[in-house]
Ligand binder design. Structure first.
Ligand code: FE2
Length: 373
């Protein structure tokens, strides 16, 4: 697709009011087994299912929910299915970051008028529990943004899905999507920043240069875009040159195109959440133990038990407004592509800039094990 340029569009006028992230849909090789991971390891309830039993002939989808987070995992059946092809090219990955809006037709019209590539014209999905208006536009790589309005719908997820009530998860405490990060190719970050600014009406929150996010070997650049209400935050990364391969380039090599790098899941009790996930088999990155030696002098006193923080490998960062705690999982599929972050905020609105160096050293240890550094 072409990337729209940076036309002036009257910043400050929120032409795309977004109520929040409606859901994130992943296209995967085996939806049944992926749903089991999200349900069992991460504590999501399976709330709805669509497939042959519900009249959907070409795919199986499971909708999962915990707190305000709705994830969908979908697998296709036929070799020529776009879902099967997507999974073959990219491995399991995020297809759709769907946004809830009050007016789907206006969202589609305003964004396509500003240069967005249409993927799905506004359409109404009807079922026994009401109707949902939906449209989609293209974002980076093969990722899309759907606009969803569910004012007139009372079903479990979407028409075509049947409610599932016998497959609850044991919650791990994650309750909202804090941010969703995209990786794009070298030299493309600013074009996608312009896309979110000019086409989606977002503004730039913060910019991390390759000087800030750099280890001995590799580097990246990142800009954070957020919508008018601040509810939706999309950091965009691109690789920067170092002595060896940037972790962003490793992602691009294995995903084949730009795509979603990580989903950050917000919790109010990171020690409880991470303890539970770890016990259920979620694998997290470990920073070098020296990180904790310098922690007290870097972030000052915190409410959490430092011993538990160190034991679990949780990272801490402080800014003017408070501090945050975060941890990153290892990739959640075979390829070194998509991973998860668990984050707890105690006032801080940042993204853990102070942790980047320690974190990237940990990622590089893993990259080196894979022979990709
Ligand atoms: Fe993050």
């Amino acid at each position: 697709m072409s990337i729209p340029g940076s036309r002036a569009t009257g910043l400050g006028d929120d032409f795309l009011p977004i109520l929040g992230i409606d859901h994130v849909e992943l296209w995967v090789g085996n939806a049944f087994q992926a749903a089991y991971f999200y349900q069992t390891a991460l504590g999501f309830d399976v709330i709805a299912y669509a497939g042959p039993e519900t009249g959907i002939r070409d795919r199986a989808s499971y909708a999962l929910r915990q707190g305000e987070i709705t994830l969908v995992v979908t697998a296709g059946f036929a070799p020529d299915s776009p879902i099967v092809r997507h999974a073959a090219v990219h491995g399991d990955g995020v297809r759709d970051i769907a946004l809830e809006v009050g007016d789907v037709d206006r969202a589609f019209a305003e964004t396509t008028r500003r240069g967005a590539t249409p993927v799905l014209e506004p359409a109404t999905l009807e079922g026994q529990k009401g109707k949902v208006r939906r449209a989609s536009i293209a974002a980076y790589g093969e990722t899309i943004h759907s606009f969803v309005n569910r004012h007139d719908y009372r079903g479990a997820f979407l028409p075509g899905y049947h409610r599932v009530s016998d497959c609850p998860g044991q919650p791990t405490g994650v309750r909202a999507l804090d941010h969703v990060v995209g990786n794009v190719e070298l030299g493309q970050m600013d074009a996608w920043v312009a896309f979110y600014r000019d086409v989606m009406g977002f503004s730039q929150l913060v910019h991390f240069s390759d000087q800030a996010i750099k280890t001995e070997y590799s580097a990246l650049m990142s800009k954070v875009m957020q919508n008018g209400t601040g509810r939706v935050k999309f950091p965009i990364n691109e690789p920067a040159s170092g002595k060896k391969k940037s972790q962003i380039q490793e992602f691009l090599d294995f995903y084949q195109t730009p795509g979603v790098q990580h989903l950050a899941l917000l919790t109010d009790d990171i020690i409880g959440t991470v303890s539970e996930m770890r016990a259920r088999g979620v694998r997290f990155l470990r920073v070098p133990s020296a990180y904790y030696g310098a922690l007290g002098s870097r972030v000052g006193s915190i409410e959490e038990d430092l011993e538990a923080i160190r034991e679990l490998g949780i990272l801490v960062d402080r800014d003017d407004e408070g501090y945050l705690l975060q941890i990153f999982s290892k990739p959640i599929q075979d390829r070194p592509t998509v991973f998860l972050e668990v984050i707890q905020r105690r006032g801080a609105h940042g993204f853990g800039e102070g942790n980047f160096k320690a974190l990237f050293e940990a990622i590089e240890l893993e990259q080196a094990k894979r022979g990709n550094l």
